[in-house]
Design a protein around this ligand. Structure first.
Ligand SMILES: Cc1ncc(COP(=O)(O)O)c(C=O)c1O
Ligand SMILES: [Zn+2]
Length: 368
């Protein structure tokens, strides 16, 4: 049976539970769900992330909120004579991979009959949630920082969502939203496990595009870890179903100016550091207090992976280099590519590497 479960105390909740964390101990919620992969059916379906229908925890097809998203191209890019496969997740309807999570989360919102939601975001998750809310006809309010890229804020407003601009950092925004969650459903991409059961389709698609194989290494950006955790859930689903034989090595990229999880990893610490973070052009991963930090460190360590931190100059260089090759991305996405460059520079063995471009350049055009 599908249910929510507290990762700290084990308390179970029905899937229509409206809280965003455990009401007994405050722990993070996970979703217990048995993903199935009927291959013959999957092969015959449209190339969208919903082709893995039986692996996505939405009960009724009527509730699916979709723009036929997913199945983004996996393109080869040659770096230092090594071919890296790069998933083009900036090509989603809202311009970032967050559509994967938002499609499943808004389908769940519809399935529960919820009519009003609230969310906080560095911009892209907010845009995706606002877009799917528009399609689902759900009233939506998005909290953003007054430093968020204007293009992202305009996009959220264009979908008809109400915008609440909060002065200061991403953390101020995350704090400001909490009182609102008493009245309205908190459709959080960081807390809500349904979001991760959307981002996990990233792993399914990569495996299918590789002929149902796992790459050796995946190199992913990490702020709150919604793609990294989702990808881990996805590869695990495939492993459990005996479709693939292993979990890839997870390499997480953070901006040096804001790398609290990398610090935890390298210091073998259980807690986020108290050290101050500074601004970075990679606004999507500028997260000082990610709520799932420990989970991210555990995944990276268990997979035999590591963290890479990238300097501002390296991010801007990658942005320039890949634009000149025809890949137009926002700086947050360029941070990942800078991380890929660093990884390949030091690589000693021959590995099949997959990475991704997570956000479109038009998201940040006025600042590039
Ligand atoms: C373009 C882009 N890439 C990567 C990320 C990182 O995602 P996460 O914070 O879930 O790790 C974000 C988050 O907003 C983003 O906007
Ligand atoms: Zn609990």
């Amino acid at each position: 049976m599908t249910n929510l479960i507290c990762a700290s105390c084990g308390k179970k909740y029905p899937t229509n539970y409206k809280g965003y964390k455990c009401d007994t101990c405050g722990g993070l919620l996970e979703l217990r769900f048995d993903a199935k992969f009927p291959m013959e059916k999957i092969k015959k379906r449209k190339p969208t992330m919903w082709r893995y229908r039986e692996a996505i925890p939405i009960e009724s097809d009527e509730n699916i909120v979709s723009f036929d998203e997913g199945f983004t191209p996996l393109l080869p890019i040659v770096i230092n004579k090594i071919t890296v496969l790069v998933k083009q997740d900036h090509l989603f309807q809202s311009g970032s991979y967050k559509d994967r999570g938002a499609s499943v989360l808004l389908s769940h919102v519809k399935e529960m009959g919820v009519s009003e939601i609230v969310e906080d975001s560095s911009g892209n998750a907010g845009a995706a949630i606002a877009m799917y809310s528009a399609k689902a006809e759900v009233k939506c309010e998005i909290f953003v920082s007054d430093e968020t890229s204007p293009a992202k804020v305009s996009q959220i407003a264009a979908y008809g969502a109400k915008i609440r601009k909060i002065h200061g950092s991403r953390e101020n925004v995350a704090e400001a939203v909490i009182p609102e969650t008493k009245e309205k459903y908190y459709a959080s991409h960081c807390y809500n496990p349904y979001f991760f059961h959307g981002t996990k389709t990233f792993a399914y698609e990569i495996s299918e595009q590789l002929g149902w194989k796992t790459p050796d290494t995946v190199i992913l950006p990490v702020g709150n870890g919604t793609l990294l955790i989702g990808a881990y859930v996805g590869f695990n689903d495939l492993l459990k179903a005996r479709i693939v034989k292993k979990i890839p090595k997870f390499v997480a990229v953070q901006a040096s100016n804001c790398s609290p999880i990398a610090k935890m990893f390298f210091h073998y610490s259980e807690r986020l550091p108290n050290t101050k973070t500074t601004q970075t052009v990679a606004e999507g991963i500028a997260i000082t207090k990610p709520v799932r930090a420990k989970q991210i460190v555990d995944i990276v360590r268990k997979s035999g992976g590591t963290f890479i931190t990238v300097e501002e100059e390296e991010i801007l260089r990658a942005l320039h280099v890949y634009s000149k090759k025809g890949y137009y991305m926002e700086p947050t996405a360029a941070a990942t590519m800078a991380g890929v460059q660093k990884y390949v520079d030091k690589m000693k063995t021959n590995e099949l590497i997959v990475s991704t471009i997570t956000g479109h350049g038009l998201k940040h055009a006025e600042k590039n």
